[in-house]
Design a protein. Structure first.
Length: 366
């Protein structure tokens, strides 16, 4: 009678093959090539065993020790042992799949190690060429998508800008907060006699009832207070000031003042105050409100946040605030004309077959 050893692990079947019980001592021959000769391999297979104990195989594959198997003198014996071990696995066990994956990776690693230099170079060249083709195609598709999205965004913005580079929305989120807070404070004031009896019974609620309209009023005034903030920016294309920039500056929520300046006199002033508010420096220009030129530098706030407070032509604004050299050349003037023409063309573009859902989602995102 032949008895099969029962293994401690449940990974191996209860009635495992006798091959797992026979551990063949793999002595290294006098020279490496002898380990692969037909007679030597026949003797090994006739013994019907494995060269590692089952516990060792489990330990090494669970720790993903690939080098242990790859460094063996005869990988054919390693593969035979692993196949016999795999044939006796309980495939319902949760760790059985991990061994199958480990074995496939191990065979791929051996294939890479066993390649000749010429085979490896050819294989690497083919893989690299294929990968570059896919990466190049994906990159072209990505760039085309970005260009299409940017063009659609510019057409949407220019529908409101009408060829300008920047325009603050009349009812932007900041003004909406200020208006709603002010209306809340006014409603508290108007309905105070009717609401007060409901809150006067408790000291805390009475205090909250008193402080809430005050806080709402202050918050509304804070959001509606606008002074020296850029309302709109456009490039003049006619008259004596052709090619210059006209800036409308908000003196209050309902009053604006206009100035005219050369593009070379307008500079980026960096971020100021809260996040999303930048500075625009104008070194000199002409104030239309006072009808006087000014040579002292003025700094205005401009809302550059992505909260939907303004319509922005990104290409035009990038050109306006880029670092400029003293004086302007013919090339600079031609490039400025091109930027302005592209903005006007986008403003004159008529979109057909609009997708209402897509347009609605775009408005929500902005």
């Amino acid at each position: 009678l032949t008895f099969s050893r029962r293994f401690k692990t449940s990974l191996v079947k209860a009635q495992a093959s006798n091959a797992l019980n026979t551990i063949i001592e793999d002595k290294k021959p006098f020279y490496d090539m002898a380990a692969f000769q037909t007679e030597h391999m026949k003797q090994f297979f006739d013994k019907n065993g494995i060269i590692f104990p089952v516990e060792t195989i489990i330990e090494k594959y669970q720790s993903e020790d690939y080098d242990f198997f790859l460094d063996q003198s005869n990988f054919l014996k390693v593969a035979d042992s692993l196949e016999k071990f795999g044939a006796n696995l309980d495939m319902d066990h949760e760790d059985a799949k991990d061994f199958i994956i480990f074995k496939k990776k191990l065979y791929k690693l051996y294939e890479v190690r066993a390649r000749s230099a010429a085979e490896h170079a050819e294989f690497s060249h083919q893989v690299l060429e294929d990968e570059l083709t896919h990466v190049y195609d994906a990159h072209k598709h990505h760039l085309a998508t970005i260009i299409t999205d940017n063009r659609l965004d510019r057409v949407r913005n220019q529908a409101n800008l009408k060829g300008a580079f920047y325009k603050r929305k009349l009812m932007n989120p900041q003004r909406l907060k200020g208006l709603s807070s002010s209306l809340l404070a006014i409603s508290f004031y108007l309905y105070n006699p009717y609401l007060w009896p409901y809150f006067a019974g408790n000291f805390i609620t009475a205090k909250l009832f008193t402080l809430t309209p005050m806080a709402a009023a202050f918050y509304g005034v804070y959001n509606l207070s606008e002074s020296r903030i850029v309302h709109s920016i456009e490039r003049l294309d006619s008259g004596a000031d052709e090619g210059k920039i006209k800036l409308s500056i908000s003196a209050s929520p309902f009053v604006t003042r206009d100035i005219i300046a050369d593009p070379t006199d307008i500079h980026d002033g960096g971020y100021i105050g809260k996040l999303g508010i930048s500075a625009l420096r104008v070194t000199k220009g002409y104030d239309l409100h006072t009808s006087k030129e000014f040579i002292s530098e003025r700094t205005y706030a401009i809302d550059t946040s992505s909260d939907g407070n303004a319509w922005v032509d990104e290409e035009g604004m990038d050109w306006l605030i880029q670092k400029k050299e003293d004086g302007s050349s013919t090339t600079d003037d031609l490039y400025a004309d091109l930027i302005h023409k592209r903005a006007k063309d986008a403003a004159n573009t008529k979109r057909e077959g609009k997708n209402f859902l897509q347009e609605f989602m775009h408005v929500i995102e902005k």
